[in-house]
Design a protein around this ligand. Structure first.
Ligand code: SF4
Length: 231
């Protein structure tokens, strides 16, 4: 397993690569719009670890005791849900995959006066949400071709790197990390089984993946760290 501090450096490199790639898209998202900030944002325990450290450094860990951070009753103890990588694996095997239908769309507990109170360490699931059109009224984000395929590939990399970690909603993962009881707070992370990138999306997604895989972190390309994570 890659040491946690290096996993965090790899995560930061991934965030940089994504921000650079997504920069040219004409998204309308602005500070103060929080339509996508719900309790259904998902993440890995690696990202949760970064949030826990951020809260501890700001003497804010007590916030996690608030009722808004209690795991969602309908999801607690549920197992057998898809992570990003097991979802992709099922698709690649040709299985019919049912979308989760119990998302909790109440506001994210980290939302304060329409701004994110953990912005520097928000999970990748928050960073990828974006829309070409204002989505507050419809609730539906308009994304450019290839954007979701590229973002999903990066979600897969994060899950792959967080070997021995787990995946779930942000609220559930934080509850698991805070209590030290991960059982029922997420699903085990899985390795990358392949990608769901359509042929007409490849020219858009390839620069993102190639750029990221070549990035040097602690003297090794990102691609090599992926292999170290899951030999
Ligand atoms: S963590 Fe921040 S960006 Fe993510 S859903 Fe919550 S308030 Fe929004």
């Amino acid at each position: 397993m890659i040491p946690r501090p290096i996993q965090h450096l790899l995560l930061a490199a991934l965030h940089d690569a994504f921000a650079q790639w997504a920069h040219p898209f004409a998204f309308v998202c602005r500070k103060g719009c929080a339509t996508c900030c719900t309790r259904s944002v998902t993440m890995t325990s690696l990202e949760g670890d970064g949030i826990m450290t951020f809260l501890a450094e700001g003497d804010r860990l007590s916030e996690l005791a608030a009722p808004a951070f209690q795991p969602t009753a309908s999801r607690m103890g549920r197992t057998g849900q898809y992570t990003t990588n097991t979802f992709v694996a099922a698709h690649l095997r040709g299985e019919s995959v049912e979308e989760a239908d119990n998302w909790d769309l109440r506001p994210c507990p980290f939302l304060k006066e329409k701004s994110c109170s953990i912005y520097p360490v928000r999970p990748f699931g928050c960073r990828l949400f974006a829309s070409l059109d204002p989505c507050a009224a419809s609730g539906v984000a308009e994304m450019p071709p290839g954007y979701l395929a590229g973002a999903t590939a990066l979600l897969q990399y994060i899950e792959h790197l967080d070997n021995n970690g787990f995946w779930g909603t942000m609220v559930d993962v934080l509850a698991g990390l805070h209590s030290g009881q991960a059982d029922g707070c997420g699903e085990p992370n899985a390795p990358i089984p392949g990608f769901l990138i359509a042929p007409d999306e490849r020219t858009i997604v390839e620069p993102l993946l190639e750029g990221l895989l070549a990035m040097e972190v602690e003297g090794r390309p990102f691609a090599q760290w992926l292999q170290v994570s899951r030999p």
